[in-house]
Design a protein around this ligand. Sequence first.
Ligand SMILES: [Cu+2]
Length: 486
Amino acid sequence: MVFHRYGAAIAFMVSGLIWVPAAHAQQHQHATPPTAAAADAPAASQQSKPSESDKSESSMSSHAPVVFTLRTGIAEGRMVYIGVGGDIDRQVNPKLVVHEGETVQINLINGEGAQHDAVIDQYAARSAIVSGKNASSTFSFIASKVGQFDYYCSLPGHRQAGMQGVLQVVPGNRAEMPSTAADITRDPADLPGPIGARQAKTVRIDLETVELKGQLDDKTTYTYWTFNGKVPGPFLRVRVGDTVELHLKNAKDSLMIHSVDFHGATGPGGAAAYTQTDPGAETVVTFKALVPGIFVYHCATPSVPNHITNGMYGLLLVEPEGGLPQVDREFYVMQGEIYTVKPFGTSGEQEMDYEKLISEKPEYFLFNGSVGALTRTHPLYANVGETVRIFFGVGGPNFTSSFHVIGEIFDHVYALGSVTSPPLTGVQTVSVPPGGATIVDFKLDRGGRYVLVDHALSRLDHGLVGFLNVDGPKNDAIMHEGPPKQ
Ligand SMILES: [Cu+2]
């Protein structure tokens, strides 16, 4: 079964913000229209755990959508649907298993060029007719009835010719899968506070490279290579003129040599020349922070993209003299890609696909290391009236991010991570290349949920999304549903 839980959740949510699929609109049982539910999902309080806040969220997120993709085709001389991706990949007329109350999204792709559709009578749910090869249609509904229901093609003769499968709706909630591996996600609120006004000095930094099995999605694990066990590595903070004494320790049980290249350092390999470190060994390098800015650091041991994709990247902030302008909250977010042999959404332990890596065909796009890192595990929280700052970097190794926060406008953008140039003002989307970073500041004027994305939005369905939940009044003067109020 495909279980694109988080990518789908937000794809659905974003689609709710922009347009409402017809089938969904018919099926939606809630008093508020999906558009309002999505935009005004109540923000959870600062203290509540994500699991509690999930319950208080609107139906849009509590019904975490389940996505299935079916391609029409011919198998053993019959017309059939063939599963695409996840656990139904390549299965003929796959059984689609969902839980009662879940939102189900079915994507239909025309695989051979004859006319087809997909229909589930009991839910009055149907796709459009897809005619040309590769034409597609998407529909969604809420699985409110328990039981087994046929999905089939309603074009004359097609059901009899083989285009029929089963949707099984099982009672009760989907059990939370116990975590079978470490949580490698970096909490975006996990960063040291400002340095501000102090004299330059020598700062010792200890990094440890650790290879460990981590949770990539709720039923999926992956062997990460990390700095200090999390992705991204720790947020490092010094001031211009500081001397950095860097100790790099490679854990005893590592299989690989690791190293570190600081984009904020000047010298051979950004220190990588002096830090190639064997398992169980430690290297030391000293460098001077000559230029203020926000800088990526990453492992630089061949094959470098392999080490980066596995999670070996982080940010170093070199504060200018006196520090950056103060804000109420700071966050730390980095984007990366993972290249697995099996498609996005497959459960179980996943292996890295070197062919996909060198041909730049990722399965996963991620904020802070895993699917759901910034939606379920560590959503960002803030209050109306506060100013927030996001230090945003791209580890990559390959894809530029078009970083955007849905529903907000950046008041300040330190373009390309430069803090020695004046920041840009009033920016919607900022382009951040691999091995690059930026700083964005904005004031929160209205409560609700804001959504962190790469505006190359197809990546939503590959795991790339985060939430910023803002507590406080939904100021109607800024936006409200309906015509102007008197
Ligand atoms: Cu490495």
